[in-house]
Write a protein that binds this ligand. Structure first.
Ligand code: HBI
Length: 96
């Protein structure tokens, strides 16, 4: 399914409301690195995001080592950023 990509202006506007998130080097994603108290907390976070992601049919790319989770949000069906990534970043901000 084709999903519209955010314009550069829409992307920049969205980033203003997402402190801590940065634009990836390739310009196709929002990224953040989160640090938790331990692995249990990090994996608990990932579990909550995973359940939400599956309901929303929008899945993060991520990398976990012990208490750190690096998250990359992009919309494969758009070939870049979409409103789905903004919504997912907002969800993640709401639970950290
Ligand atoms: N997750 N991040 C991301 N981007 C997508 O385009 C996407 C997804 N999860 C499921 C999904 N698309 C489905 O619509 C199918 O393309 C599998």
């Amino acid at each position: 399914m084709a999903i519209p990509r955010l314009t550069d202006a829409e992307r920049d506007e969205a980033l203003k409301g997402l402190p801590g998130w940065t634009l990836s080097e390739d310009g196709l994603a929002f990224e953040i690195e989160l640090e938790f108290g331990d692995f249990n907390e990090a994996f608990g976070f990932m579990t909550r995001v995973a359940l939400h992601a599956d309901k929303a049919d929008h899945h993060p790319e991520w990398f976990n080592v012990y208490n750190k989770v690096r998250v990359r949000l992009t919309t494969h069906d758009a070939g870049g950023l979409s409103t789905r990534d903004v919504a997912m970043a907002q969800f993640i901000d709401g639970i950290v």
